[in-house]
Ligand binder design. Sequence first.
Ligand code: PGA
Length: 240
Amino acid sequence: MRVIVCDTYEEMSKEAAKIMAAQVHLKPNCVLGLATGSTPVGAYNELVAMYKNGEIDFKDVTTFNLDEYYPIKRNNDQSYYYFMHDNLFNHINIPEERIHVLNGEVADPEKECADYDKHIVEHGGIDLQLLGIGRNGHIAFNEPDENLVAATHVTGLTEDTIDANARFFDDIKDVPTKSLTMGMAPIMKARKILILINGKGKHAALSKLLSGEISTSCPATMLNMHNDVVVICDKEAYNG
Ligand code: PGA
């Protein structure tokens, strides 16, 4: 695992965008796994700036997002579908048909999840997966538990995650209590993983990840079994 410790969030975002842009240059028709949350926003801003400067072309790129609330309408400004368009897709030249976000509107969420895994395989798997991490060590919405689920699935959110995400909603009661999430298998099968971790609140989760111990009580620690992971963090997350 390669660990890059940056002084600031801005520096982290630039580093992450450089790696993502390098992936797109290397393989213009690559498959990117993308994440939501506040952490990747800076990297997305950098990618948009690079696109506007003519430094990167997304026309042949395919994306699969990690997760989505359930149930939620795509036009709800708290849906991850909306978030991704607002922060990235609306500002670059990726064709809409190459964008994949689990659909929080469907009547049959289990089928949605099974189809999603099939689509990832049909596209040849994920070349580069971008991840954030929860304060509790979750990746996507794979929450700490006795068992983790390999396939993409419907899951409940823990109280800690609902509490962490309440800042985006008018009322904590409005935070959906379920989600559709990529499971551990499609994440671990990504050829390369880039995980971004900033702020003191993530220190405990980062420390567990870097301890080298693996536990389902901190799902991110599974990344210790992957052979190409880059951790980009800031000093606050690193030093606590
Ligand atoms: P955050 O969320 O970037 O908003 O902290 C990350 C996550 O929960 O994976």
